[in-house]
Ligand binder design. Structure first.
Ligand code: 5GP
Ligand code: MG
Ligand code: MG
Length: 187
């Protein structure tokens, strides 16, 4: 990627489109093998995980029979960059998770609160199994015990955008993971 194609607010690219694509393909194939006989219910968190989920499910080759998709809205952040610690959940498509092998798709596991709350919710609803796949993980920020079963990349403690991740609803469509320039944060 040339510097000229970069969004003007991106100061540093942590993960290029090519690097992302290769790793997501690898993890997709691993998940496909693990879920070949499980008719997985793949549940993505809105809105952040949508872009990753779209790449991931198409990388699940061979496609597990009976794979279904749904989405859950999980809000813990509000408009800023610091977690409020509270997580509100809404299932979007209304799929019953009872007896299903649920694979929760997250954009990033930061404090771990969002993913931990969702995993616990699906278990309590009677899922046959519940696992977590995350595009990114910031292990140094963990506040609760929550490790992805599958993860594409570990990153250091920087606020990143792109591939579904936003800052005040912007930058979700960027095809790479980048760090904003300080002048692009509103104070
Ligand atoms: P957690 O509950 O693990 O603290 O946070 C999960 C959510 O916080 C993510 O799904 C995401 O919406 C937001 N988040 C955490 N770290 C980042 C980051 O570096 N960049 C962006 N854009 N969002 C983040
Ligand atoms: Mg998320
Ligand atoms: Mg956000």
């Amino acid at each position: 990627m040339t510097i000229g194609q970069l969004h003007p607010c991106i100061g540093e690219v942590l993960l290029t489109r090519e690097v992302l694509q290769e790793r997501v393909s690898e993890v997709g194939r691993e998940i496909a093998a693990d879920y070949a006989d499980k008719q997985p219910l793949v549940i993505g968190t809105l809105k952040g995980a949508v872009v990753f989920m779209s790449d991931l499910v198409r990388a699940m080759e061979p496609t597990p029979a009976g794979l279904e998709l749904d989405f859950v809205r999980a809000s813990s952040y509000g408009a800023g960059t610091v977690s409020s610690g509270k997580v509100a959940l809404t299932m979007v498509g209304g799929t019953d998770v009872k007896g299903r092998h649920v694979l929760l798709v997250e954009d990033i596991v930061d404090s771990g609160r969002t993913a931990a709350a969702l995993l616990e919710h699906f278990s309590a609803e009677g899922a046959a199994s519940v696992k977590l796949v995350s595009l990114l993980s910031k292990p140094s920020r963990r506040a609760v015990q929550c490790e992805p079963d599958y993860q594409c990349f570990e990153i250091e403690d920087k606020f990143v955008v792109g591939v579904g991740l936003d800052y005040r609803e912007e930058y979700r469509s960027l095809p790479y993971i980048g760090v904003l320039k300080p002048e692009c944060y509103e104070s």
